[in-house]
Structure formats: C-alpha cells, structure tokens
Design a protein around this ligand. Sequence first.
Ligand SMILES: [Zn+2]
Length: 584
Amino acid sequence: MIPQDFIQTLLDRVDIVDVVERYVPLKKAGTNYQARCPFHNEKSPSFTVSPTKQFYHCFGCGAHGTAITFLMQHTGMGFVEAVKELAGRTGMQVPDDGARNDPEDGRRERLYELMETAARYYKGELKTNDAAVAYLKNRGLAGETAARFGLGYAPDDWQGLARAVADYQDKGLEDAGLVIAGEGGKRYDRFRHRVMFPIRNERGKTIAFGGRVLDKGEPKYLNSPETALFHKGRELYGLHEARRAIQSVGRVIVVEGYMDVVMLAQHGVENAVATLGTAVTSDQVERLLRLADEVVFAFDGDAAGRKAAWRALENGLPQVVDGKRLGFLFLPEGEDPDSFVRAQGRAAFEALLDKATPLSQFLLDEMAAKTDLASPEGRVRLVKLTEPYLDQMRRAPLLARSLRRQLAGLSGMPSRASRFTPGPSSASVQKRGGQPSPYRVVLQALIQDPARIARLPPTLPADADPEAQALAGLMARLRRQVDMRNARHVVESYRDQPEQALMEEAEAAVLVWEDSEHDVEADFRGALATLEERAGRLAANDLSRKPLHELSPDERTFFLQSLKAKKLSALAASGESADRDDSD
Ligand SMILES: [Zn+2]
C-alpha cells in the first residue's frame, strides 16, 4: 500500500488542469475549465475541471475524481501506476516500501509480460502455418486486419509455448491461463491448433485470448479462464481497437463473435465489440453507455439469439439513462454480422442498425407475446409481468413513465402510479421536497472545508439514515486523520469504499457552489443548529424517562430548561395545549 499521506502530498503538488489538458483540450469558463467529456459522447461541454478544488466532474455521465482517477479512467492505468506516473512528473519518489508491500502489483506486471510473450509467439506462428493462413484467407480476412487485431496461431503442439518462454515450469504461466498443470505434474498448453484472438484491455495490453478451432474440433471457441488480469463479465473484445470510432460515431455495436468484430472493422464498421462467451452483463452496459449515447446489440435471428437479447435487456435495464438508447437488432435467419457484412457491405449493415428495435418496444413485444391481450385476465397479467421490469429503470424515470403510459394503453387499465424509488444516493439529495437533509448540508460543508470539524460537537444525534451514518464516519475520520485539508483529500480517502458514491456526489455539489452565490457558511450554521436542537430534544427525552431524583444537578437544570422551552414553543405555535407531543 502506498501511504495515504504520500498520496495527499502528491495531489497537492500536481495540478489537475495540467494533467487533464494533456489528453483533453480545456477552455476556461469562470473559475473552472470545461471540455466535451472524454468519457461519454456529447455535443456541448458538461465536463468541468476545478483548479481550486482539484477535481473533475461530468454533469452528463457523472464521471468524477482527482488527477489520479482521471489517469485511471482515461488511460486505463491501475491505481499504483497512475500514482507513479504523477509522482514521476513532479519529481517525487514513491515510497520504497510501496513496491515491496504490494506484491500484487508486481505479480500483475509479470502476468502482463507473459501474455505479451505468448501473443508475440502466436503471431509469429501464424506466419509459418499454411493451414491457419488458408483458413483466415478463406474467411475473407485481409492481412492488415489480422495485423491490426494481432491475430495469431497456437500450433498443434502440447508444449509449444516452451519454445517461447524462459521457463516452462513458471507458475505464472498457469496463473495467466496459458498452461494447464495436469495430474502427475504434466504441463501442457491450454491453446493448441487454434486461431488466436488476443483480448486487450483499454490500454491495449493483452489480458486473455480467445482461440477458435480450425476444423471441426470442440469447443469451437476456447477462452482464457478468469485470471488476475481477466474478468469476462467486465471486458469486451475489441474495445481498445474500437474506442475512438465509438466516441466519434456515438454508437457502439455489441456482437457475439470475435470474427464478427474483426470482419466488421475490415468493412469499415469500426465501432463494434464482442462479449466474451457470456451474456451481456450490467457492468459492460454501464461501461459502453459511458462511451456512447447508443448501444445496439446485434444478435442472430434464431431462438438462441432472442434469448441472448432478452438477457442483455434484463442486465441493461438498471443502466439505461434517460437520453441514451439501447437497441436490439436481429439478423436475418442464418446470418451473423460477419456473413452479412461480407455479402451486403457496410451501408446495408448500417441501414439495419438504424432500424434496430428500441428497448421499450422489445420489452413490450416480448411481454405481450407471453399474454393473451384479448382477455381481461391476460391484460392484467401483462401489467403484472411488466411492472417489475419498469421498476428496475431507476436511472431512466422518464422512459419508464412513458412505458407505463403505453402499458396502460395496451392493457386498457390505468397503470399504478410509479413505484419508482430512486437509488440511495439520489433519494438522499431530494429528501423532503428537494430540501437536503441537515446531515447532508453538514457533510458537504465538511467536504468543502474539513477544518469545520473543529466546530462540530463530539457527536450528532444517532440516525439510521445513510447520510447521518456517512457524516458520523467522516467526522471520526477527520478527527483521526488531521491532515485532510480539502475536498480531494477527503474524497480520495474514500476510494473503493461503500460511501464513495455519496462522497463524490457531495463533492460535485461543492463544485456547483463555486460559481454561484451559494452561502455555504450560512447553510452550515443553520443545519448545525437544527441538529443540535434535535440532539437536545433526544437527550431531554432520555432524561424524562428517569425519575427526577436520579438526575445529577446538571441534568436536572438541562431537563427543566428544555421542558420550559418546549412548553413555550408549543404555546407560541398553537396557543392551545402545552403538552403536545412534538416528537419529530
Ligand atoms: Zn461525461
């Protein structure tokens, strides 16, 4: 672990504007800088960099963080790598024990090296293997395309890799998923007699392989297992190669096969990626929606294709955001994107994309197909079946509302009012008619200036509310760690913790204040008074349960005073009963 105080010093020394500007052209706007967001496709700039607060925030897609996070998100660097990169620029030395204490980092580097060695080896083998070359030629693949995607060939040899690596017994080969250790210590290559598709992460480093048999062998496709570098549910084949095209077109196509991605690219459709032999995951949809406004899933037109599409819809629903589109394209029977684009060309394929079925229609079609709309029972069933799906569209309330209206029309009965419950973070912002809770106000003020901790009482009234909990946690943290001096110190210290999203959201609010007349100090004082008053009332309630003679003199004075105050305020408010219970 790199010590927290080193990271804070580092963040103090680098200027986030310099860091971001190397990758994204920034324009000054008031006290901040603005740009079109590098993390999602947009026409007008909603990506903001604050030099005073030293963080960036995108009001379009929610991307948010410090100079460290920016490097991680934008270049795909790991945390340690990003810290080293920034330290290098400022001439700071990352503490030595950082490297020693983080064997995990060194181990990953080793795995990357082995994958690179293997990729080079497979690539070289492709050049000398006539059968493999003939196979690819036969499928219409051009040499440049093969080179661009780094295709290779794993020879029909149990220990082919032994010729490429220094030590075939290296445990790393197993960890990388390249070699299988069988019974009796026999080791052999996982991939044999297969065309090899290197799977790269966003930085272009090879993290896994997909191998396709040349002839009739089984399985047709063999993928690397899950390793320290490779998580099937998160990665997408071809994303590194397609990234620029995706961002410039604003649309990404998700297909099922590696060969589809490669052949589409060869025909000029460069914005396609493939899942890795699994259903489309929610993680993947989220990632893609950050890059593009539209995600189109292209599936085969058969029953298996429709089933896969349905899984993609289910996993995509929680990620859909109003204003972004998910579409479903079913290819004609017997076709896949590869065969289609080879036979009909790019324009025809893109015409299909433009006619993709929108998510809303696909959802209603599938539901209607399961029910008999001619009978009242069937129509009730339609509503019952569909509602749970609409409830999942937490991030697209407008689309969900419009679907409810359509559903009402289809079923002939009014849809129940939205059961839409916003996620925990947005719920807390909009609590009580748009008024932020006093806990949130104090939390935000603390993030803006952690020195305010000195003005807070030792504890605040206990509350199960997540914001109250987060505030209590932050107070304890600030008292423990006195060197957190500004917003980015605070938020950075929450990296990978459950409260991270809440903290980032609070920090984003702070960013908005910068350019407005918002009086943070007045709000802070007001919220603090509210909380103190609430604490006093709770304490008085506690005391009221004890017999008067058991109270200490101080407690007795406090209790009697609070009783008097309560009576006076109740009288003033109603002019009737002084015994009104005013529990909150
Ligand atoms: Zn954005």
